[in-house]
Design a protein around this ligand. Structure first.
Ligand SMILES: Nc1nc2c(c(=O)[nH]1)N[C@H]1C(S)=C(S)[C@@H](COP(=O)(O)O)O[C@H]1N2
Ligand SMILES: [Mo]
Length: 421
């Protein structure tokens, strides 16, 4: 069965893959560029790669599986992932440009072409058999555009250890595993309806086309994670554009899921198929990962994570030096998955005194608010900057986060260490 009855003709032109790739870089040029420079040389030659005394590169400025450039100053590479440096948000608008948007890859970015791509929707929750959509068919469905943040559930994880003395497992993100983008695509609900979703459907599981993820020698299959049908039919988008451009390879080209306000893992990249099931589904990403385990939780862990939490960041690198006696404009951003942030307070003396920050954006759900506060430091020496957000639902960032073994959903006020000289 094909979806051709419900959508327009296949619009991909032959040779489309050789035209301009996502992000405007000609694919041929990109391949030439990559072929001309061996990976090792790219690492060693990159400016800012700190050489250890033995001459080895101690901090990689390139991640093996990420296609886009990761210039030092914009990104910190963490294994297969790249974290946006908080200072790199300064001067950007509400939207995070794709060239500084964090990348979280379980393995590596596959370079797919849109002309061969198709989406298969299948499973016991459909009235009939599997239904396929080509890229052209998907593009011809009614489109929606919406601004939403995308954030890793582990964003802020490093502070469980550095601020609360509680070790956790996983990528030690500071606060840069977040970005806000304007996504354009089709409603998942529209695709599921065209595929013949049945009233008995309970779970919907998108799966990526990237390689199988292997952890500790155990194969987990390709990244996939079920969501309840209520979420799937609500606000989830199958996106093909990010900030007005085709999705970049690293962010899911040609099509990714965007599940607003939910943990990043719900937004499956490089979408290949969607299982629609009349019985509950699970995957390692709902059983092993993305649940809360630890003293505060039952032995099998919490329920699978859904929404993100509330956070704030200062747009300056940790350790930044501020001159005493002068006025400095501190800038930052706060966001919450539950409701728009409506108040931000700042402390420049380690939390003894607080004052309101000036909000620079109108309030929007699923986005962040930019803010600023002026500061004239007097005494030289170490200082701690704190920002505390409150959202329209009444949630405020706490002093400490409740520990969980994998360090998800850090929401406490971060003590941002800087110096005055
Ligand atoms: N297919 C696939 N989808 C994926 C992932 C992945 O590794 N493979 N990582 C997930 C996680 S954990 C996060 S936080 C987001 C990150 O999206 P980004 O890399 O576009 O910022 O993608 C999610 N979708
Ligand atoms: Mo994530």
């Amino acid at each position: 069965m094909s979806a051709a009855t419900t959508s327009g003709p296949h619009r991909s032109r032959p040779g489309a893959a050789d035209r301009s790739g996502p992000g405007g870089v000609g694919r041929r040029d990109l391949l030439k560029l990559l072929a001309a420079t061996p990976l090792a040389a790219q690492w060693a030659a990159a400016p800012g790669a700190a050489a250890s005394p033995s001459g080895a590169v101690s901090r990689p400025v390139s991640a093996p599986g990420i296609v886009k450039p990761l210039p030092p100053g914009l990104f910190t590479v963490r294994g297969t992932n790249a974290e946006t440096d908080v200072a790199a948000f300064a001067g950007t608008g509400r939207l995070t440009p794709a060239d500084r948007f964090f990348v979280r890859n379980h393995t590596s970015t596959p370079r797919l072409g849109e002309s061969q791509w198709k989406l298969t929707v299948w499973g016991s929750g459909l009235r009939g058999g599997p239904v396929e959509f080509t890229y052209g068919q998907l593009r011809s469905l009614p489109s929606v555009t919406r601004t939403a943040f995308l954030e890793c559930a582990g964003n802020g994880r490093a502070y469980y250890d550095s601020q609360q003395g509680q070790p956790v497992t996983g990528t030690p993100w500071t606060l840069g595993a977040i970005g806000v983008a304007r996504w354009r695509g089709v409603r998942l609900a529209d695709v599921l309806r065209r595929a013949g979703i049945d009233d008995r459907a309970v779970d919907v599981m998108p799966r990526g086309l990237d390689d199988e993820f292997v952890a500790g020698g155990v194969g987990m299959g390709r990244p996939r994670r079920p969501m309840p049908v209520a979420k799937a039919m609500d606000d989830v988008i199958l996106a093909y554009e990010m900030n007005g451009e085709p999705l970049p390879y690293d962010h899911g080209f040609p099509v990714r899921v965007v599940a607003p306000s939910w943990v990043g893992i719900a937004s499956i990249k490089w979408l290949g198929d969607i299982e629609v099931s009349a019985t509950p589904l699970s995957s390692p990403w709902t059983t092993r990962y993305y649940r809360l385990f630890g003293d505060a939780y039952p032995p099998e862990g919490s329920a699978p994570l859904t929404r993100q939490t509330i956070k704030s960041l200062f747009e300056c690198a940790p350790g930044t030096a501020f001159e005493a006696g002068r006025i400095h404009r501190l800038t930052g951003r706060s966001w919450s998955a539950a409701a728009a942030v409506r108040r931000v307070e700042v402390s420049t003396d380690g939390g003894a005194h607080w004052r309101p920050a000036k909000l620079r954006d109108t309030l929007h759900r699923d986005s962040w608010v930019r803010w600023s506060a002026d500061w004239r430091p007097r005494r030289e020496g170490p200082a701690e900057l704190l920002a505390r957000a409150t959202d329209a639902a009444g949630n405020t960032q706490p002093v400490t986060s409740v520990h969980n073994a994998q360090g998800y959903l850090f929401d406490a006020v971060v003590r941002h260490r800087v110096t005055v000289r």
